[in-house]
Ligand binder design. Structure first.
Ligand code: URA
Length: 238
């Protein structure tokens, strides 16, 4: 639910001031009735008319999905279930797309938005926003592995990754990376003979999943959106 004037102005149809004037002149209708005030709350299914013409309002959305295993990070796929199936009905037509991707079997934090600029800023290598993963694995994590991550892992194909962190955590490990290469964590760990059996993204920037349950989706507020670009909360200790 958002304010009517916010929804209309963010769609570029009228400024907030114009919106207030139009409402006064009964030129904006919501669900078949004249809009009562600029701050009335509307949801994404509201029918909004300006001068008797229905307008399509595209609200900017930044949201979080707690992705379960078994879904591909794609807006459509001929074979597999996609993350779009986990998005509530009222958000399906809002042009949401995932920011970056998690492998089919990887679980956890996935940001979704319809704001191309935000997506761009989040994945930009210049910003190097951290992503924290919890992994279970077969193999033995040694001090040499920890050092190799710190220096920058060289993948099998010769790609040199940026310096990263790995530390023991619960019955697995925590891995922090600042880039988003294909299968990155699995490949980095495999290069040290650590074979991932379970992978979950816990954090992006300072944002974590909080109480959002697996398979669930919710919008982020402005503060949470800012957390994506901050890194002030220390990582849990090993
Ligand atoms: N690294 C991986 O290997 N897989 C993911 O899904 C994300 C990061």
């Amino acid at each position: 639910m958002d304010r009517l004037d916010k929804v209309i102005s963010e769609s570029g149809l009228l400024s907030r001031r114009e919106c207030r004037n139009y409402i006064r002149m009964r030129r904006i209708w919501v669900d078949g009735r004249p809009a009562s005030s600029a701050d009335m709350k509307v949801d994404s299914s509201a029918v909004i008319e300006i001068d008797r013409k229905r307008v399509v309002v595209k609200r900017r959305i930044v949201a979080l999905l707690n992705k379960p295993a078994g879904y591909v990070t794609s807006t459509s796929d001929p074979r597999d279930r996609t993350i779009m199936e986990l998005i509530p009905e009222e958000y399906r037509m809002m042009g949401l797309f995932p920011v970056g991707r998690l492998d089919k079997e990887t679980e956890g934090l996935l940001v979704m938005t319809n704001d191309g600029d935000l997506a761009h800023r989040l994945i930009s290598p210049k910003r190097g926003i951290r992503k924290v993963y919890y992994a279970k694995y077969d193999g033995e994590l040694t001090e040499a592995d920890i050092e190799a991550f710190r220096e920058g892992i060289v993948l099998k194909d010769g790609t040199r990754c940026l310096p990263s962190d790995i530390s023991r955590f619960r019955e697995g490990c925590l891995v922090t990376v600042r880039e988003g290469r294909y299968h990155q964590v699995r490949r980095m760990m495999a290069s040290r003979k650590l074979f991932v059996t379970y992978l979950e993204r816990l954090m992006e920037g300072d944002l974590s999943l909080g109480s959002l349950e697996r398979g669930h989706f919710r919008e982020l507020d402005e503060n949470e959106e800012k957390q994506l670009f901050m890194e002030e909360i220390p990582l849990p200790n090993a």
